[in-house]
Design a protein around this ligand. Sequence first.
Ligand SMILES: NC(=O)c1ccc[n+]([C@@H]2O[C@H](COP(=O)([O-])OP(=O)(O)OC[C@H]3O[C@@H](n4cnc5c(N)ncnc54)[C@H](O)[C@@H]3O)[C@@H](O)[C@H]2O)c1
Length: 395
Amino acid sequence: MKHVLILGGDGYLGWPTAMYFSNLGYQVTVVDNYFRRNACTELDTGMLYSVPTLIERAKIWHEQTGREIKVVIADLAQPEAMRRLFDGGVKYQWAVNEEFTGIPETVVHYAEQPSAPYSLMDYQHADITLVNNLRVTNNLLWAIRDYARDTHLIKLGTMGEYGTPNIDIEEGWLEVEHKGRKDTFLYPRQAGSLYHTTKVMDTDLMWFGVRMWDLKVTDLMQGPVYGIETEESAIDDRLKTIFNYDEIFGTIVNRFVTQAVVGYPLTVYGGGGQTRGYLNIRDTLQCVHVSEQNPAQKGELRIFNQIMETFSVNELAELTQKVGNRRGHQVEIKSIPNPRKEAEEHYYNPTYQGLQDIGVKPHYLTEEVMDRLFEVVEQYRENIRKDVIFKGIKW
Ligand SMILES: NC(=O)c1ccc[n+]([C@@H]2O[C@H](COP(=O)([O-])OP(=O)(O)OC[C@H]3O[C@@H](n4cnc5c(N)ncnc54)[C@H](O)[C@@H]3O)[C@@H](O)[C@H]2O)c1
């Protein structure tokens, strides 16, 4: 049985990924320090429903499926905590079999502060974001360098690394011709927030590790993810992933659907022409899985653009309004002054064929898919707090 180590395994994407691999028969270890949950408490962001702790969820998973997800609660910004995952010194906070599982064939690295507004709230949150994200990635690269050079690292980056350039966005690399000579370089990056800037720096750190130490790395430039349900969460309601609907941690589709359900006008920032690539949470799991099955080679930094389709903010608002109104909500769309510094009309033409070429079958954001998201959110309508939806964090 192959061993997959998931860093950030308590998160929105980490927990569903852990169940997905466990269900396929992999040995799975998850690591988290509850950074995200603590930040939600600190900032009073609200959650659609409460979610058991990581240890409780691993126990529920075991009761329901007989499968084991080993749990480590540790801060991966601490180098020793990271290294213990590879040198055999790790202590599991929960496991059926407490013996060291061994060096993982694959590490999936989700363990970062993932919010752009959080990173721009003030100098303290900017500092936390930079220190946390860069230290975790650097610690991981050194642990792989020192103990696990054959391990394949799958790292979650973001499409936001590229910004909105006035030329087509390639999958990670760009061939440049200069004064009659050619070479291939990382595609130019120009992040729109400090969070996104840490992702650019992560990519640079990994490119260094690949060049110097022949590491095997896949960097997934992911777009904003939407959705709650995956096949595995259907096994028990308590296994559903965390779901935020506020401006800081709620991604746009999840947020718009929640706003529609409680009659909070959909907050379109400025002109609403901002266009990005999106994907269903089920497709995140597929993308990570096909990447695991088709690993990068030694000395390769392989980059995929992990999106399935593009929408402007206005298009998402209109789709939410259409589906919401059909379900009996009175959905209003309201343009508000843009708290962010970003282009509201721009060229956007990213390439994103690579993951589909190695086997991903996209789920698209159809009216039916959004309808089902409404259905789930409506079940928790009583929990939705209007006061946390919009705070207007300025860039
Ligand atoms: N959700 C999206 O739409 C999206 C889009 C693009 C990229 N991403 C990236 O995917 C990854 C996962 O995103 P997510 O939405 O699941 O975020 P998340 O915050 O839900 O998950 C990240 C997890 O990592 C943990 N973590 C953070 N710092 C840690 C540390 N020092 N030690 C141990 N654990 C730590 C957090 O507690 C959290 O549970 C992130 O790297 C994010 O930047 C997410």
